[in-house]
Write a protein that binds this ligand. Structure first.
Ligand code: 8DG
Ligand code: MG
Length: 150
């Protein structure tokens, strides 16, 4: 019994918080094709890990800047999802905090700052999203998630 507890503790992964940015411009949302051990080649929203002391808004602005060089204007909290990645060498669980944001300057275009992690950024219509989507995003869409104001 005691040994089992130790095994579980060693193999169980960590729980992390990811902030996911739904950057909206008109009817479009910003997506990029991932280069990652998690969801390689799938389309996902810009996202990253919450750092100690950060607000969700600060994290979203920082991650977007680091990955696209874009600057956020208005930003608000949308929803959270709970995602288990069990197929990895080290299983992990992500609490994904979805934020909705618009650009400070709508004329600004995304740059692919981290080409090792992303093939490039593009604007896509919500009703015509590219495939395949990163599975946590696909799940959210299947559950009726829509970042556009109603
Ligand atoms: P960082 O180390 O630079 O902070 O993070 P990152 O390297 O930019 O991480 P990321 O993979 O871009 O995003 C963090 C994680 O967020 C990702 O590995 C899995 C998790 N995640 C979810 N749901 C979603 C989602 O819907 N979209 C995206 N992009 N990531 C998500 O749990
Ligand atoms: Mg990222």
């Amino acid at each position: 019994m005691g040994n089992e507890t130790v095994v579980v503790a060693e193999t169980a992964g960590s729980i992390k918080v990811a902030v996911v940015v739904c950057l909206l411009r008109g009817q479009n949302v910003l997506l990029g094709r991932r280069r990652s051990s998690l969801g390689d080649s799938t389309f996902s929203l810009p996202s990253g890990h919450l750092e100690f002391g950060e607000s969700f808004e600060e994290c979203a602005a920082r991650e977007l800047k680091e990955e696209t060089d874009l600057d956020i204007g208005k930003i608000e909290l949308l929803t959270v999802t709970n995602n288990l990645f069990l197929d990895e060498a080290k299983p992990s669980q992500y609490v994904a905090v979805f934020m909705r944001a618009v650009l400070a300057d709508p004329r600004q275009e995304p740059q692919n700052i981290e080409p090792k992690f992303c093939d490039g950024w593009g604007w896509y219509e919500w009703d015509n999203l590219p495939k395949p989507l990163f599975w946590p995003l696909e799940n959210a869409v299947q559950d009726g998630f829509n970042p556009f104001p109603t």
